[in-house]
Structures are given as C-alpha cells and as structure tokens.
Ligand binder design. Structure first.
Ligand code: ADP
Length: 590
C-alpha cells in the first residue's frame, strides 16, 4: 500500500469534521426555522378559525347559502385565507377560492375527519384544487351541541419554502466561506504539526549517512523538542562509538599490515573475512581483491586448503609447513586456530603464516656444509692414516720409498692445515667478527695489491708466470686492507694455478662510476659457462682432483665473495675455456 504523508492523514479529517459540523448547523437551523414558522401559521389559522366560527354558525343556522358564500369571500379576501365550509356529509357549501358546487365531497380529508370527530383538524399537504402546498386547520361548527359542519381555514405555505430557500442559500454561502477559512486554518495547523516531524526525518537520514555533526533544531513543541534532544544525544553517542570503532579498526589494520607474518581470517564457509598485505603477497593477490571471496578462488594450493579445513574443524591449534609458489617456492610455517562463537561453535579460523624459507635454507646449507667439511677432512685424513699405518706395520725397506710416503703424509697434512685455515677465515668473516666499522677510510689500494703480489711470488716463480699490477698510486678507498689483500691473493693464487708457464696475470684496480673495481685476469685454462653460476659456492670445484692436487680447498672463491660482501660489494666472473678468466671485485665507494 502506498504510504501517504502525515498531512493527508490529518487534513481530510479536519475538513470532514468542518463540513459535517457546518451541514448539521445549517440543517438544524433550517429545520427549526421551518418548524417555528409552521407552528406560527398553525396558531394563526387556529385563531382565524375561532374568530370566524360564530359568524359562520350564524349564517349556517340562517340557511342562507349565498350569504355564507359572500361571508367566506369577503373574509377570505381581506385576510388572504382560504375559507371552506363543509357539511357533516362532506358536501362543500361555501369556499372563498372555488365554486363550492363544483367541489368534490370533502369528508375524506384528514382535517375534516378530525374536526367531525370533535377535535381540531390539522393537515399540511398539496392541494390539487389550488395546486399549492397548503396548511389546513378545521374546527367543528357547533350550535347547541349539534355539529352543523366543519369550518376549514387554509393558507398556502409555499412562502415558507421560498424564504427557507433563500435562508438556506445564504447559510450555504456563509458555510462555504467558513469552510474555506477553516480548511485553510486546518491546513496550516496540519503543516505546523508535520513540518517539524519532516525536519526530524531529514535529520535522522543525515545521521544515517554518518553526518553526526548535524544538529536537529529544537524550537517546536515540547514533545518534538524532547524527541529532537534525544535524537541529538543519540547521534553524539553514536558518533563517539563509531569513532572508537574506527580508531580500533585503524589500529588493528596498522598492526596487521605492519606484521611480517601473513594473517588471514576466514568464516565457516571459507570466505575471507580479512587478510593483511603480507598474506596477500604470499597468495599473489591484493587485499581489496581477495577480501570477501572464497579462499578457493584466491589461493591455489591444495596443502593450504587441507590445512584450513583442519583448522576449521579441529578443536585445537594446529601447525604445519606449507610451500607457496608465487615467484619462487617459499616455505611458511602455518599456525591455524578455529574461531569459536558464543556457544563454542566454529565460526571460522585464523591462519598465521611465518616465512621460514631463510631458516630452512640456512639449515640445509649448514647440513650441506657439515657434510662437505667432513668429506673434505676425511680425504687427507684417510690418506695420512693409511700411509702412517703402512709405515708402522710394514715399514718399506727402501729409504726413498719411506721418504715418498712421508712426503705424501706431509702434503695431506698441509692440505688439512690449509682447509682448516680457510674454514676459520670463512667462519670469522661470516660470523661478523670483522664489523663494518673496522673498515679503514683512505686505505691505499695499490699497497693492498702489492702485498698480495708479494705473497704470491713464490708460487708464481714456481709456475713460471708473471703477475703485473695496474693501479694508480692515488686510489684510496674505505676498506679492510688485510681482508681485501686475502681476497686478491686468493684470486691471484687461482690464476697462477690455472695458468701455463710464461703466461701473464694482470691485477688491475680503477674507479668506475662510484665503485672501486679490482680485476684479476689470466690467459689460462678458463672455465666453461655451466660452472660459472655456482663457482663462488663453498666447496664448488670444476675439477676436484686437479684442485686437490694443487692444494686447493674449494673455499677460496667463497672467501673472496664474503670479503666483497663485507665491504658492501659484489663479485663476478667472465671466462672462456682455453682463453682465460677475469674475476672482479666491485666495492662501492660511497
Ligand atoms: P680451489 O681451492 O679449488 O681453487 P676456489 O673456490 O678457489 O677453490 O675455486 C673454485 C674452482 O674454480 C676451482 O676448483 C677451479 O676449478 C675454478 N677456478 C678458480 N679460479 C680459476 C681460474 N683462474 N681459472 C680457471 N678455473 C678457476
């Protein structure tokens, strides 16, 4: 049903009441007026009849019909009254308006009957004879107790209707005017009632839109003002609560978004209620796109789905490691807890994802490292043990053979010692025993290179290669001289090992853009490209046997890489098999 405005509930009722009251007033007035008038006419006719009675009786007794007719005519004309004399038989003997002889028997007329019965006859009706609405009064004509006939006097009452009509017309016009004024007044009143209500309605709408600063006006009636005050108070409270809720939400969002852990909350239908930025990144989506969607639409990872299912249905917190592949595989430690409603029913779950990729990688590296170290140590130790046992159990009779055995033992011991030295250096660098603030400002780079060259001199001589240095005297940088010297020495040592007799090794240092670039180039064996990406890993060797034979530990380049990183720099290699290799250390200067 269409709803009407309040004014259309009030105004028609007002209007109806006004119209009904006016109508009843008019009707009552008209009716009273008519009754009063008729009563007046009746009394008037009655007194006229009384006045005429004796004269008519006299003429009747005299038996003079013409004189009676004359009397009726003259009195009738002078008083403007119709006068009729009727015998008890009903025959009309005289009438002031008509020819009595031509008139029908009147004994059946109501007023005549009543008069013949001895009372006063009265009737108001339409006269066919005169074609008018008439009032009749009939009284018995009595002479010495005998009823001689009936005297009837009558007056037309059409005048009253005309008068009433004009009165009614004037009343109607007056009422219409009053009705119009009353209607206008009631319209104004109705509007005065509805306008503040409408203003309250608009105010409430603004509150609903969150415009709590808006204040409802309070200068209407007592009741409306009380309502407006209550609504204003309600809006203020609502505003405060909303602000609290918003502040709490902002705080919660700030906490969630600054968390390094991914957090996702789902409802019992596995729809995402909320997730933070980290979780969105883990799933390869964004927060706004994912919120409100089913997890299956956003996350494609069956292990995660199974985990979520378990979290929703198991009574306690659960944990598991899950791998997500977005750009690269990453391992997360997932912690899931079901959300419980008032009655303990499951209404969803919260999952916290903590990235353990680095931890797992480090663990693996450590395991690999331990395995590698054990393996590297075992080879020389097994060799030493074997030769020492042989020397003890069955010493060769030949002195040169014994010497050869001892030389092998000595070489393996040197290898062991080198390995342990390298391991110690590596661990010292890795454990940050050399903090960045020990870097020396303005260290001379050429000095560092010369020291390394000097230390590699015996090996170079043995191999018959020449190590040349190309470096401006003035180049200085912020560095750790002895560590950088070790790095350069490792590179030069390798270059010597993999060069042929008579070849040249060039150690060069120069400033490129804002970096110090140190390169060690040889024209030796070179390295095929498939080995290059892993060359700087610990214990990675292209040719294990050759490396070991040359006293290599497989840690030299790893140490170089760590030293470069300690300086905030990096390492790189270019090599062509058969043509030689160039290793570079790049250290940013600022
Ligand atoms: P190693 O102690 O075996 O030399 P490194 O870490 O220093 O260990 O070097 C790793 C591997 O890289 C070596 O075994 C060798 O195969 C290769 N390599 C390093 N430097 C050179 C070079 N200048 N020319 C050719 N191969 C090299």
């Amino acid at each position: 049903m269409a709803r009407r405005a309040l004014i259309w509930h009030l105004f028609p009722i007002y209007l109806l009441v006004i119209i009904l009251s006016l109508l009843s007033v008019v009707a009552y007035t008209v009716l009273s007026f008519r009754t009063f008038y008729l009563e007046q006419v009746r009394l008037d006719l009655k007194s006229r009849a009384a006045l005429l009675h004796d004269q008519v009786v006299e003429q009747l007794n005299a038996g003079d019909g013409d004189a009676l007719q004359e009397l009726c005519d003259s009195l009738g004309h002078s008083s403007l009254t119709r006068i009729t004399v009727i015998l008890p038989t009903g025959r009309v003997v005289a009438d002031s308006e008509q020819n009595a002889a031509g008139m029908d028997n009147h004994s059946g007329r109501v007023e005549v009957k009543q008069a013949l019965n001895g009372g006063l006859g009265y009737s108001v009706r339409f006269s066919d004879t005169l074609d008018k609405q008439m009032m009749y009064i009939a009284t018995p004509l009595l002479s010495a107790k005998a009823t001689l006939g009936v005297l009837r006097v009558a007056l037309p009452i059409t005048a009253i209707d005309d008068t009433l009509r004009s009165v009614f017309r004037r009343l109607a016009y007056g009422s219409l005017l009053i009705a119009l004024v009353a209607a206008a007044a009631s319209w104004v009143v109705a509007r005065r009632i509805t306008r503040p209500l409408r203003a309250l309605g608009h105010g409430a709408e603004r509150f609903a839109r969150g415009e709590f600063a808006h204040k409802l006006e309070t200068h209407h009636s007592q009741e409306i003002d009380a309502l407006a005050d209550t609504m204003n108070q309600m809006a203020a409270e609502l505003n405060e609560r909303m602000n609290t809720v918003l502040r709490q939400k902002r705080e919660q969002d700030a906490v969630l978004s600054s968390m390094v852990e991914g957090v996702i909350a789902v409802d019992s239908e596995v729809r995402i209620i909320s997730l933070n930025g980290t979780a969105a990144t883990i799933f390869g989506t964004d927060v706004t796109r994912a919120t409100g969607k089913k997890v299956a639409e956003v996350v494609r990872n069956s292990s995660f789905h199974q985990f979520l299912d378990r979290a929703l249905h198991s009574g306690e917190s659960i944990e598991e490691e899950i791998v997500f592949h977005v750009d690269e595989p990453r391992t997360y430690h997932a912690h899931g807890t079901a959300l419980r409603g008032d009655r303990g029913q499951s209404i969803g779950a919260v999952i916290v994802l903590h990235d353990v990729t680095r931890v797992r990688r480090l663990e693996r590296v450590r395991q690999d490292f331990v395995a590698n170290v054990s393996h590297e140590l075992r080879t020389p130790i097994t060799s030493i043990k074997g030769f020492v046992e042989t020397l003890l159990e069955a010493p060769p009779s030949d002195a040169t053979e014994s010497k050869r055995f001892l030389e092998i033992v000595a070489k393996n011991a040197t290898q062991l010692s080198a390995l342990i030295d390298d391991l110690l250096s590596l661990s010292r660098i890795e454990q940050g025993e050399i903090p960045a603030d020990t870097l020396l400002e303005g260290s001379n780079v050429r000095d560092v290179l010369c020291h390394a060259q000097h230390m590699s001199d015996p090996a170079a001589k043995r191999r018959g290669v020449l190590v040349r240095i190309l470096c401006d005297d003035a180049i200085t940088a912020r560095l750790h001289p002895s560590l950088l010297q070790q790095a350069v020495l490792n590179l030069v040592d390798n270059a010597i090992k993999y060069s042929e007799e008579g070849q040249q090794i060039i150690v060069e240092a120069r400033m490129v853009a804002s970096s110090l670039l140190i390169t060690v180039s040889d024209t030796g064996t070179g390295i095929s490209s498939e080995h290059l990406p892993r060359l700087f890993e610990r214990f990675y060797r292209v040719d294990k046997a050759r490396s070991r034979d040359q006293g290599g530990t497989g840690l030299g380049l790893a140490i170089v890489k760590h030293i470069a990183e300690l300086h905030g720099g990096s390492v790189a290699v270019k090599s062509t098999p058969g043509l030689g290799s160039t290793f570079e250390i790049r250290i940013p200067v600022r």
